[in-house]
Design a protein around this ligand. Structure first.
Ligand SMILES: Nc1ncnc2c1ncn2[C@@H]1O[C@H](COP(=O)(O)OP(=O)(O)OP(=O)(O)O)[C@@H](O)[C@H]1O
Ligand SMILES: [Mg+2]
Length: 667
């Protein structure tokens, strides 16, 4: 196999097969490229069967991209059976196959965050958002650390911890009753299973003989455990990562896992990459300067020979509106001068709420855009309605899906009947669906009340075998017709939104059809996949010529020729919560991730003031801006307020840009 388009250390990493291998290197140094090339190398030079290779990426999008890249290296028949997936979809696959060992049906449901929220809210009997949010996240942390409810109960050494452990216990019982798992269980359950059943573990070790893991710095303890179980003593794996890009500590990721590899696998081969192939030198200098303010786990240097590039622009805007307008105008201007495409630009931000104003401005200027990590297609009410049917058909014990489906459209089942059903199911510890068929319940309601409920359950029963057998797209289309969802949409909304919603539903049907056909999945399998996609991100963003909008977190691993990094202010980046809890280093890594997404130009902006709760407040530029090397940046505005050192550099550059700045100044 031709390895010419790799540099010597990359080549060494690709060819190393004697044992565990870790590639530790900064952003844009070709770590992901090592993984794709190594997949091809394993299949061709090492003559491994693609079925025995699994590459793990951090997001579905990254998995898709990796699949595409590998497909350019090898013909399809060589790639048959190759696994390229996230930890979570690998976990889902293991669970589906091994469900019986864990007391689950293979058609288990995957709860979305809305369902999870509702369950916790019911257990706590509260609607206090803050309380629910912390509880959800503390349970998730426990799961990431493989603490079972029993262990949590035993280990609790304060009232608060005891209470949490009890809630955790109840939550887990509820999930089991619903035959549902949450996001964390997708990893935790396989790990528990492998720990208990050596044979099952051995079977999977046999199947997945070589693992490749991208973005290794963001694995949590459970994921690390799964890696160790799957590779076993042989330790046949290649992990690539960058400790400076560890940005998921809040979700339990543990950068220490990088260092642990050396302890757990003493024969670990460590390979470093130093040449960056992504960014011009100025961008790299800025990235290196910012991250040098963090303590180092590993010493790394990064250089590129792509030219020096233009100075990084650091722009102060008067307000959020002015910042958004600056982005739109600057982008149009730059595009006009450089004859670029819209898809060459990305706008990156710390939090999703920052996107709205940018969106408005982009629309106003007729700039097409696609959003990553924002409200997902699958989160729309109409899609969730349809999904509730699919979930229920896949798993009739999924109570949250039952409630949504039976009330959308309303089918004459009254609230009183539903409450009785709920109470009965609760008392008998069975699902709503099962309860609906029990004599004990049937006697409690009048025949005319029972009739519509019975019709509904019967309908679900009839759909079940078909969903497992027939083509996913046509079963879904027929289902929609049977429930007459279109009429219901038009009855319950104004024509315009109803029309848009129906269009979404049709798009959805098209997607299910295509996905089912491409992957040879039935409706039940497609449903499980969707649940997973919903949690990880959104639908595929199509390859359209549009500006990419993304949170910093969701931009990991990606690259864009021209980047606008907005809202670089104290309390946003670094985020106020992180400042408070002493997590500024993680925020600095986020800044580093943002800067290193840019290939050729980078514009960083912040607002001088911002509206908070209706009041204008003066805001401080981010501390990270003062860490940028002064020689490499062009500041328009102030960097250090009130200290007499305001750097206001006149734009010596393009007249149009200067004009724009004047305009901003007068807003
Ligand atoms: N040896 C090489 N020669 C030419 N281009 C390369 C080489 N290695 C990587 N590249 C290119 O450099 C860019 C960055 O590579 P890649 O995305 O693999 O880096 P990375 O280390 O995974 O970055 P990140 O840390 O952001 O995930 C890509 O466009 C890739 O195609
Ligand atoms: Mg990468």
């Amino acid at each position: 196999m031709n390895l010419d388009h790799l540099n010597p250390p990359q080549r060494a990493a690709v060819k190393y097969l004697d044992g565990p291998c870790l590639v530790l290197a900064g952003a844009g140094s070709g770590k992901t490229r090592v993984i794709t090339q190594k997949i091809a190398y394993l299949i061709t030079a090492a003559q491994m069967d693609a079925r025995n290779i699994a590459a793990i990426t951090f997001t579905n999008k990254a998995a898709r991209e990796m699949n595409e890249r590998v497909a350019t290296l090898l013909p399809p028949d060589k790639l048959r059976g190759l696994t390229v997936s996230t930890f979570h979809s690998l976990g889902m696959r293991i669970l589906r196959e091994e469900a019986k060992h864990l007391g689950y049906k293979p058609q288990f449901s995957i709860l979305d965050s809305g369902d999870q929220w509702k369950i916790i809210s019911d257990i706590l009997t509260t609607t206090d958002k803050q309380l629910i949010r912390t509880t959800v996240s503390r349970i998730s942390m426990l799961k990431a650390d493989r603490v079972s409810p029993d262990k949590a109960l035993l280990g609790a050494d304060s009232e608060g911890e005891l209470h949490l452990a009890k809630v955790y216990r109840q939550y887990q019982d509820t999930l089991q009753a619903y035959q549902a798992v949450d996001f964390d269980d997708l990893i935790r359950l396989p790990v528990d299973l492998f720990a208990q059943e050596a044979e099952v573990c051995a079977k999977w070790q046999q199947r997945l003989r070589y693992l490749l893991i991208d973005e290794y710095q963001d694995t949590n303890n459970t994921q690390y455990e799964l890696l160790k179980q799957l590779t076993g003593a042989a330790g046949k794996f290649t992990a690539v990562g960058d400790d400076d890009q560890s940005i998921y500590a809040w979700r339990g990721a543990n950068v220490e896992n990088l260092a642990l590899l050396k302890t757990d696998f003493p024969s670990l081969e460590l390979i470093k990459l130093e040449q960056n192939y992504r960014s011009v030198a100025r961008i790299l200098k800025c990235a290196n300067a910012v991250i040098s303010n963090n303590p180092k786990l590993f010493e790394k240097t990064l250089w590129s020979d792509l030219g020096i590039g233009d100075p990084i622009q650091v722009i102060e805007a008067k307000s959020e509106e002015a910042e958004a307008e600056m982005v739109a105008m600057n982008m149009l201007n730059h595009k006009f001068l450089n004859n670029t495409k819209f898809s060459d630009y990305a706008v990156l931000y710390r939090g999703n709420h920052q996107a709205r104003i940018i969106e408005t401005q982009l629309r106003e200027h007729r700039i097409p855009y696609v959003m990553a990590g924002g409200q997902s297609f699958f989160d729309r009410a109409e899609i969730k309605d349809v999904l509730s049917y699919l979930r229920l058909i896949a798993n009739e014990d999924d109570d949250p899906a039952f409630i949504r489906a039976i009330t959308t459209p309303k089918r004459g089942v009254g609230n009183v009947t539903l409450e009785r059903l709920g109470a009965y199911a609760n008392q008998r510890q069975i699902s709503l669906f099962t309860a609906a068929f029990e004599e004990g319940f049937v006697h409690q309601v009048q025949p005319q009340q029972y009739e519509p409920l019975h019709t509904f359950c019967d309908f679900i029963n009839r759909m079940q075998p078909r969903a497992a057998r027939e083509d996913a797209g046509s079963v879904l289309a027929e289902l929609l017709q049977s429930i007459d969802y279109e009429t219901w949409l038009y009855d319950s909304d104004d024509p315009k939104p109803a029309e848009a919603k129906w269009k979404n539903v049709q798009d959805f049907v098209g997607w299910v059809k295509k996905h089912g056909e491409d992957k040879g999945k039935n409706l039940i399998e497609v449903t499980q996949t969707i649940a997973l996609i919903t949690m990880l991100e959104g639908r595929n963003e199509e390859e359209v010529d549009a500006v990419r909008m993304s949170t910093l977190h969701a931009s990991k691993g990606l690259e864009y020729p021209h980047v606008f990094l907005i809202g670089c202010e104290e309390d946003i980046l670094p985020h106020a919560n992180s400042i408070e809890s002493g997590m500024v280093e993680e925020e600095r890594r986020l800044m580093y991730v943002g800067i290193t997404r840019a290939q050729r130009s980078l514009t960083i902006s912040y607002c001088g003031k911002r509206r908070r709760a209706g009041e204008w407040q003066i805001v401080e530029p981010s501390r990270f801006l003062r860490e940028l090397p002064p020689d490499e940046i062009r500041v328009i505005g102030r960097l250090a307020p009130d200290k007499g050192q305001n750097q206001v550099t006149k734009t010596e550059g393009r007249a149009t840009l200067a004009g724009l700045m004047n305009k901003l100044g007068s807003m």
